[in-house]
Design a protein around this ligand. Structure first.
Ligand SMILES: [Zn+2]
Ligand SMILES: [Zn+2]
Length: 190
């Protein structure tokens, strides 16, 4: 069984549902992440609702390709775990490539497939484009790059794989989290 993430249509940019694009929902006082490479404000990529918490993904797009934004540790992207309670929309900074053009609901849909594969493995499901998978096993385009948690050093758990929703060089992006440490990481391959 594989749980796909399907394009569930447009929604409000602040909707508290799993989505690509729109505005991040963050705890009070959280500052919009900046890129460690170019210092510009990052682009908000996705809000992944996990029930009791959310994983928020950001990636630098101010100098596409120059900020090592595909790397989990280079500082060109950031992912966070926020407790689901009392999150509020974060206003986007005035400068920088901070928002995706469109908001797309990520609708989880279990399907009878052993693994998530290349794009051509799955056509649209009920007319909805496949934008990734939720949980399960990552489908690596290159080698296994499962990151270790910066807090406890253990291998992080796989949260979701994303396709097409942002500039991943035509490849796949991967979000991970350590539940014990409430840390998250993000990377992509092509
Ligand atoms: Zn940058
Ligand atoms: Zn940890």
């Amino acid at each position: 069984m594989t749980t796909l993430l399907l394009h569930g249509g447009a929604t409000d940019p602040t909707a508290p549902v799993s989505r690509a694009g729109g505005l991040p929902l963050a705890p009070e006082g959280f500052g919009w992440p900046r890129c460690a490479e170019c210092a510009g404000a990052m682009q908000f990529i996705a809000h992944l609702d996990r029930g009791t918490d959310v994983v928020a993904v950001f990636m630098c797009q101010n100098e596409p390709g120059l900020c090592e934004e595909w790397d989990a540790a280079a500082g060109g992207n950031r992912a966070y775990v926020f407790p689901a309670e009392e999150l509020t929309p974060l206003a986007a900074p005035a400068e920088g490539e901070t928002l995706l053009d469109k908001v797309a609901v990520l609708t989880a849909r279990p399907v009878e497939a052993e693994t998530y594969g290349k794009e051509d493995t799955f056509g649209p499901v009920d007319g909805m484009a496949v934008l990734g998978q939720l949980g399960g096993e990552p489908y690596w385009l290159q080698w296994d790059e499962t990151p270790d948690c910066g807090g406890c050093g253990k291998e992080m758990g796989f949260v979701a794989q994303l396709d097409q929703v942002a500039n991943f060089g035509g490849g796949y992006a991967y979000a991970f989290a350590c539940d014990a440490c409430a840390e998250a990481a993000f990377l992509w391959q092509c």
